[in-house]
Design a protein around this ligand. Structure first.
Ligand SMILES: [Zn+2]
Length: 411
């Protein structure tokens, strides 16, 4: 039995690739990334200082495209949803690898995105998440040109839109689900900083829930159901939902609004709720309980005022659904990513998160999200900072050697 299990496990283990041997061109490209590290950091800052709120990534996308064209990727284009794509045909037969960093930030229009310095520390919203990823993709593409490195397979260098919450992975969905459907063999997202491998995608369901009633005077019309009260009942029930620690499942009502004045029975109560899990089953269970809590709350609020003719309605709008992406710790692409990291003396932690890799993993395309090197803190906050440390250049080197390993290198 034991022997049989080992035999069955073997093919998967064999499918993981050993890090590609450094051809002279690959060695040169890696050396360029170290020698021209200042260029990488300069582009990270320049891209960060172009605002890119959700759905408003255009200006940053155009800047990224211009950089790619200037590097010699003349066929770089911006697709119908705003992704910037440089499609590099392989020199021989080999798999197709897509590597991307995301253009969008969580910060609204008007946010001061100028980069401030404190010693070697660079401080600005988005400087790490994901201007680091963009700089890694850009500098890797530059090193490829400088070293005249030819991949065996096809490589797509991408700056994508829509990674953050409201974007709902629309850039990556478009690339993997429509534009290059069935054509991508390996997917790499460079998201954030440090050296880590995200191999599991936390799924999420996010809703905007709208409770509605006729409303009225708080004194004169007293005795009718109140949408805010109904919403309060729902939140109270939701807050008591029991979830397992493993596989982790979570819920959060993050925003509430509604009402017009203290002495009016509200006409509407609105809440945004987020549920997450690395298990599709657990996520579905929380979802069912949340929907029941909302339904029951409306019924209870109506039952509280049996004499009232006023009704209550509720509408649940989807803000975003991110599929759960389960990929084993010993999946070939994960083992390959670990093996390539080891060539730099790094043992990156594996983890689960909600990133662009969710989508490819959910449709069966091997995918990892890796960090772009350096050290950082405060992602999604105004005090976000990035420090390149003594060897930030290892981030882009790691990304490039991983691409080269997966795509293969032409002699
Ligand atoms: Zn990010």
């Amino acid at each position: 039995m034991r022997r049989l299990l080992v035999a069955l496990a073997l093919p998967a283990a064999l499918a993981a690739q050993q890090p590609v041997a450094d051809s002279p061109a690959l060695a040169k490209a890696l050396a360029v990334l170290q020698a021209d590290n200042a260029w990488t950091l300069q582009k990270q800052v320049a891209l960060c200082e172009i605002p890119a709120p959700p759905f408003k990534e255009q200006a940053r996308g155009i800047a990224f495209k211009n950089e790619m064209v200037a590097l010699g990727y003349a066929n770089t284009y911006i697709d119908s949803v705003g992704n910037v794509v440089a499609d590099v045909q392989g020199a021989a037969k080999g798999p197709t690898v897509l590597i991307e960093g995301h253009l969008d930030t969580v910060f609204p229009e008007g946010t001061d995105v100028r980069v401030k310095r404190d010693g070697t520390r660079m401080i600005a919203p988005g400087i790490g998440d994901d201007c680091r990823g963009l700089a890694v993709v850009l500098s890797a593409a530059r090193a490829v040109k400088q070293a005249n490195l030819k991949f065996a397979g096809r490589v797509l260098f991408v700056a994508n839109v829509g990674e953050e919450g409201p974007g709902n992975l629309r850039g990556t969905r478009h690339l993997l689900g429509t534009a290059y459907k069935g054509q991508i063999n390996y997917f790499i997202s460079v998201d954030g900083t440090g050296m880590h491998i995200t191999n599991k995608g936390v799924g999420s369901n996010r809703y905007n829930v709208h409770f509605k009633g006729p409303g009225g005077h708080s004194y004169g019309a007293f005795g009718m159901p109140n949408p805010i009260h109904a919403m309060g009942r729902a939140i109270a029930t939701i807050s008591e939902i029991q979830v397992p620690k493993s596989p982790k499942a979570t819920f959060n009502v993050g925003i509430v609004s509604g009402g017009t004045s203290v002495n009016s029975i509200a006409m509407e109560g609105i809440m945004d709720i987020d549920m997450r899990s690395e298990s599709a089953e657990e996520l579905a269970k929380v979802d069912v309980q949340v929907r029941k809590a909302i339904d029951d709350a409306v019924k209870a609020e109506l039952a509280r005022w049996p004499a009232s003719k006023a009704g209550l309605s509720v509408r649940i709008d989807t803000i975003g659904i991110r599929p759960v992406g389960i990929q084993a710790d010993d999946a070939p692409i994960v083992k390959t990513a670990i093996a390539v990291a080891a060539t730099f003396g790094v043992k990156p932690p594996l983890g689960s998160s909600s990133t662009d890799s969710n989508y490819p993993i959910s449709i069966g395309v091997p995918a990892v999200t890796i960090g772009g090197g350096g050290i950082a803190s405060g992602a999604h906050s105004w005090s976000e900072w990035y420090d390149d440390g003594p060897n930030g250049y290892v981030g882009p080197q790691y990304a490039l050697r991983l691409v080269a390993t997966l795509a293969g290198v032409a002699p």
